[in-house]
Design a protein around this ligand. Sequence first.
Ligand SMILES: Cc1cc2nc3c(=O)[nH]c(=O)nc-3n(C[C@H](O)[C@H](O)[C@H](O)COP(=O)(O)OP(=O)(O)OC[C@H]3O[C@@H](n4cnc5c(N)ncnc54)[C@H](O)[C@@H]3O)c2cc1C
Length: 759
Amino acid sequence: MHAATMTVVRDVVLIGGGHSHVVVLRMMGMRPLPGVRLTVICTDTDTPYSGMLPGYIAGHYGFDDVHIDLRRLAEFAGARYYHDEVIGIDRAARKVLCRTRPPVAYDALSINIGSAPQLSRVKGAAEHAVPVKPIRRFNERWLALLARVRGHAGPTTIAVVGAGAGGVELTLAMQYRLRRELAALGRDPDELCFHLFSADANILPTHNAAVRRAFERVLAERGVAIHRDAEVIEVAAGRLQARGGESVDADEIVWVTQAGGAPWLRDTGLALDDDGFIRVRDTLQTETDPLIFAAGDCASMTGWPLEKAGVFAVRMGKPLAENLRRTMLRRPLLSYRPQRRWLALISTGDRHAVASRGRLFARGDWVWRWKDWIDRRFMRRFGEFAAMAEVAQAQQPLAIPLDESEQTQAISAIAMRCGGCGAKVGATVLARALADVHPIERDDVLIGLHAPDDAAVLRVPPGRALVHTVDFFRALIDDPWIFGRIAANHALGDIFAMGGEAQSATAIATVPPGLESKVEDTVFQMMAGAVEVLNEAGCALVGGHTGEGRELALGFAINGLIDEGLADVLRKGGMRAGDALILTKPLGTGTLFAAHARLQARGRWIDAALESMQCSNRAAVPCLIAHGATACTDVTGFGLLGHLVEMTRPSAVDAEIDLAALPLLDGAAETAAAGILSSLQPANVRLRRALRNQPEAVAHPNYPLLFDPQTAGGLLASVPADKAEACVAALRALGYARTARIGRVLAQGEALEPIRLLL
Ligand SMILES: Cc1cc2nc3c(=O)[nH]c(=O)nc-3n(C[C@H](O)[C@H](O)[C@H](O)COP(=O)(O)OP(=O)(O)OC[C@H]3O[C@@H](n4cnc5c(N)ncnc54)[C@H](O)[C@@H]3O)c2cc1C
């Protein structure tokens, strides 16, 4: 990699993982712009591809066929992926406001968040209708509707409000699927009755007459009642009312009309149209702010009224990527001219489709097969990275125009850097970064960050002893805030495993050099995440040291307090034969993050692993103690087996692990089976000599997970067998949902290998 590409000088932030942004990510992945860092913030790691949704509803496709894995795509593109909801933009400070994390700074911003339901415009609709928008929420609503219809005894009436392409396609897809579902349950498919409401005199008002006639015929053949000139003006429980007085009783009311812009856009100060969509120029820049772009459904192109369709959102992707690039390069932007006519391939639910473009009309099974081919080819572009990876490797020198002061900083960032104290992050940068990070204060911290000195001074209260630990590692994810949270949680784990109370922490961090503003933001994000976790644990950050390094890394030395007489101390060496072994969190972080780096892990597996790593062990310890725990440790780098052996040795016992009972993170079994393992795994595997029946166990799918190094892993504890069941239930109730009884403690035998595996 060219040295200059190591330095981030501009941040482009993408809000939403809609159809335009997936194209931007792919294009940026194929042709990165050195010095520019992309960050995508999205509520949904699996982002739906609208073209295949009707086929998914009809049952022709599975979930993964119709969703793009945004985290994986972002990883390919070298982009940061923040799984969060955007709730506003501070345009003066150039920051994106998120639901859970600190504000995210941008130099250029793009919004592609689709549309939101406007149910409040129709009385009762918000309470009694199922909206298809936002499209990302539709899957859960659809699955709930499916379950309700399956469980509903007798006839079911479904009303679909909105007879554009989405409404018509959805009606036919739902009918096709639900009839099959009822037939499979041994019920009469004719128990289903469908109504379609159109506010216009026609269905599919934006399509040609032949297309309309074809669908009128299909709907009539399938017994769907069409209500024309029937704008729905009121919805009540089980009933809807159309203008003109017509009313229909319905068990389910599906809303496929009246979408508008997301409500939070109103507070951004960006110019919006009457429906709340962002007004954009033909460059896709917002009318109000040239550094903010918008595309897809949420954009309203001045002078070009466009249908809200995924096809336009996709088409906008390429000019959007190009104009973001040009903005960074300070070059003139290109104009985007949407096509006046576009091809719509609208399916009839039964692997049959109609083609519509201007006055063109065609129909047949072949149209469906054509659509299927186009859609699958489209999806492959966002899921198959092998061929693209090589292109992404081709790096170029930094081409971003810089201001004078930025130039000095950028040259200094890639020049030979000093060591020793010269490698410290500058005092001003550090002070600014930490200004908004607020560690808690404690009475026993006599001198800490609130009145900083050469070192912190702490009091150990009478009757208490100090328990001390240190942990440090480099970032496993390109997300400084989450990394900070995980690093702090991981470091606290040792204190909690001893039954201690966390008192104070000093941080040690390395941050790659770069523009001051970027270094400052990275330090802020990382320490904000860490301090949140330390504060929640009652642990005061009292000092630290931040130096420059090739990689982002963070660790903590943590002081905890325990009873001086070691009364409440949970040690590794207290196991007793007959005890049950309990593990409070699932295994698999090592293999999953190794797979993530190779683009082999699903994004949602990584989401779940990150969540597990942020789950504190703090509440589990008192619960284990209350159930008579005899020994405890936290499972980290040496893996389950390594940490178990650390317990059996000082306890002078043997142990048995039930391989089938091991709780695993989603995807860990798949990635381990694919042979993707952490780089630390081989060192951990040396401990296989501790296994009594290792040769027979090797073939077991969970076997590799015994050696998988964990980051911020769970607690491994021994509790008396008669309390084990209650203990597992109590831990699960506390939120450690995957807690499992994974084996038992045995009396020390003659064999040299202390651990027996139950296969
Ligand atoms: C049943 C149905 C079938 C359809 N079929 C077709 C079709 O065959 N062809 C077609 O062209 N169009 C179709 N459409 C229309 C199509 O769904 C939309 O036009 C399209 O999804 C718009 O794409 P988009 O990129 O603008 O936004 P979306 O696809 O809605 O994507 C928005 C993204 O932003 C994210 N997001 C939203 N809010 C936030 C937030 N606050 N913070 C962070 N992230 C956020 C979401 O998670 C999502 O990833 C269909 C619509 C329906 C209802």
